[in-house]
Design a protein around this ligand. Structure first.
Ligand SMILES: [Cu+2]
Length: 344
């Protein structure tokens, strides 16, 4: 009879502490607002885990503290405790139950993944380029942007590439996360549901400025999105027209920031990850790592250094330290070269 009473009390305490732990954890507000369709299943599964964790925490601590208090040695009790030889039924019980629970979690986890990766054949496709240390988004219309604009309630398929090291695309409000791996295209599908401004963070430590690898993400209505695309397209076409003529240093300076050259090349002579561009153009006997020299740093040498950086390595630097920018249009390379020429 006394055993039954202990059992009932402990069960009641375990349930109570489970409830209080769960309420305590969820009221901390650790999760940002859920802003994508994929957040639904993920938050549901996360919640289930928190309930399970609260229960296991409570199961262990309640029984431990209860035993410490209730079965404490009474004054005058000097003998050894009862010798208990184990309990086969209990062993079977606490092997089977966790096994079933873990398998069950595996099954709902797989089903969750299926929901999160559901494919919409009409998804908007955006190419994502991650580099040290920023993001660039290329739209199917041909223009690119440093802000990720997305229409609400339409699935977007992000096709992601890194031009240097591992990065990881993560917007906490969308919940899902995906690595960018050099030499590979990785995919992520997101259906934003809540209009607003968010940030994409890099969730894979990728060098000194990793913490600043942050770009804005803006979710707007379908109409506002189309207006934005029209505006971007007009600016892009105007730029294409303009660059069909003369290379332009101002556009080159803009590319210096947008393409991420800034992360490695200073303009004031300070050494960085790569050589400074100050006084580079027109330099005579420019030393290379293999001991040879470039007789004259001209436009051709600069072009080659941008498109095929490993052909000639500047003295004091290593091969493969600069990603190749061979995907740039000729006019963009010409603009960059024109900008470097101004840095006397
Ligand atoms: Cu990164």
């Amino acid at each position: 009879m006394r055993n039954v009473r202990h059992f009932v009390t402990v069960t009641a305490l375990v349930l109570l502490v489970t409830y209080l732990t769960y309420i305590g954890l969820t009221s901390l507000g650790l999760m940002p607002v859920a802003a994508s369709a994929q957040a639904g299943p993920i938050d549901w599964l996360f919640d289930l885990h928190v309930i399970m964790m609260s229960f296991l925490f409570s199961l262990i601590t309640v029984i431990m503290v209860y035993s410490l208090v209730v079965f404490r040695r009474k004054p005058g009790e000097t003998g050894d405790g009862a010798h208990i030889e184990g309990n086969t039924k209990l062993e079977i019980f606490w092997t089977i139950v966790p096994l079933v629970v873990v398998i069950w979690f595996g099954i709902i986890g797989a089903d969750n993944l299926r929901q999160v990766r559901a494919v919409d054949p009409n998804a908007l496709e955006v190419r994502v380029i991650g580099f040290q240390w920023s993001w660039r988004f290329e739209y199917p219309e041909g223009f690119s942007s440093n802000t990720l604009y997305l229409p609400a309630n339409k699935q977007v398929l992000l096709k992601m590439e890194s031009i240097d090291v591992l990065h990881s695309f993560w917007v906490p409000e969308f919940r899902i996360k995906q690595d960018l791996v050099p030499g590979r295209v990785t995919e992520l599908r997101i259906t934003p549901t809540l209009e607003g401004e968010y940030q994409v963070l890099c969730a894979e430590i990728c060098g000194t400025s990793h913490a600043y690898m942050v770009s804005p993400v803006v979710v707007v209505s379908q109409v506002a999105y189309e207006t934005w695309v029209t505006g971007q397209l007009a600016a892009y076409e105007a730029e294409l027209l303009a660059s069909a003529g003369q290379p332009d240093a101002t556009r080159g300076e803009k590319l210096y920031t947008e393409l991420g050259c800034k992360a490695c090349h200073s303009l004031d002579g300070a050494a960085g990850v790569g050589p400074s561009w100050k006084g580079l153009f027109g330099q005579e006997n420019h030393p290379l790592a293999d001991g040879s020299v470039v007789a004259l740093v001209d436009e051709e040498y600069l072009q080659e250094s941008i498109i095929a950086p490993n052909n000639k390595i500047a003295l004091g630097f290593n091969a493969n330290a600069m990603p190749s920018f061979s995907y740039l249009r000729d006019a963009q390379v010409a603009d960059l070269v024109e900008f470097i020429k101004t840095l006397k």
